[in-house]
Design a protein around this ligand. Structure first.
Ligand code: HPA
Length: 250
């Protein structure tokens, strides 16, 4: 089986609604079993996986990131685009904006972070100078230009453990440290994709200003509602990206 392209859908993206002739594939990995939807778009076979499950039933800290990435790898996926709902710490990144994140800061606390746990797997220290694939970000940027959407190139994603939202004091701290956006899922997903040698990039969609910046208290339904309102734009961006993406990797 060789499906070269994949999409991991974050909050609000449970069905890409762009795939034709879809089928379900069940992948058994050494970390568990994963259901992936496979379909066709513009002559390309694409694998799709909703990160939180089809009904948003898996919280960020309990997602089986390792199984998800190994399932994509087993299908043959070489280029993987993830979507992520994020809060913003940066006044220049407002709800509805898309950001092609290029850095992360890891504030998770209790997640399996690697495929390499010593023993048979060995010990591996991967380079993360460019955590999100530069080439793939370039393709997303080009797609953004073609669609006319407001897509900002570059931003630091602060990954928290969740599932709770942050305190205003935490948000002030992350801002002082240079964070732009806050979310709960990019780590370890981006790290594992790198370990699996899959080109990986994230399209973050700002759903809210973070706690203490937003004039109101945060709710998950606010996040989901903003995602819902902007889903057509996200779909446009993903469709264009899948049209112009190629198999070639450098
Ligand atoms: N914090 C953490 N994760 C999020 C947020 C937030 O404000 N918005 C969407 N995902």
């Amino acid at each position: 089986m060789s499906i070269k392209f994949g999409i991991i859908g974050g909050t609000g993206v449970y069905d890409p609604k762009i795939l034709k002739d879809t089928r379900e594939e069940t992948l058994s990995t050494r970390f568990g079993t994963v259901q992936v939807k496979v379909g066709n778009y513009n002559g390309k076979e694409i694998a799709f996986l909703p990160r939180h499950g089809a009904q948003h039933s898996v919280p960020p800290h309990l997602i089986n990131y390792r199984a998800n990435i190994l399932a994509m790898k087993a299908l043959g996926v070489q280029k993987l685009i993830a979507t992520a709902a994020v809060g913003s710490l940066n006044p220049a990144m407002a709800p509805g904006d898309f950001v092609l994140v290029d850095q992360f800061m890891d504030f998770t606390k209790n997640r399996p972070l690697t495929f390499y746990e010593g023993g048979e797997q060995g010990v591996v220290h991967i380079d993360l100078t460019e955590p999100y694939c530069r080439e793939l970000r370039g393709v997303l940027k080009k797609a953004a230009g073609a669609t006319g959407l407001r897509v900002l190139a570059g931003g630091s994603y602060v990954c928290t453990e969740g599932p709770r939202f942050e305190t205003p004091a935490e948000i002030r701290m992350y801002r002082i440290l240079g964070g732009d956006l806050v979310g709960m899922t990019s780590v370890p997903e981006v790290v594992l994709a790198k370990e699996a040698e899959i080109c990986y990039a994230t399209v973050a969609m700002v759903t809210n200003f973070a706690a203490g910046i937003s004039p109101t208290n945060l709710t998950h339904s606010e996040v989901v509602e903003t995602m819902r309102q902007n889903n057509h734009n996200l779909r446009k961006l993903v469709m264009k990206t899948m049209e112009i993406i190629t198999e070639e990797r450098h």
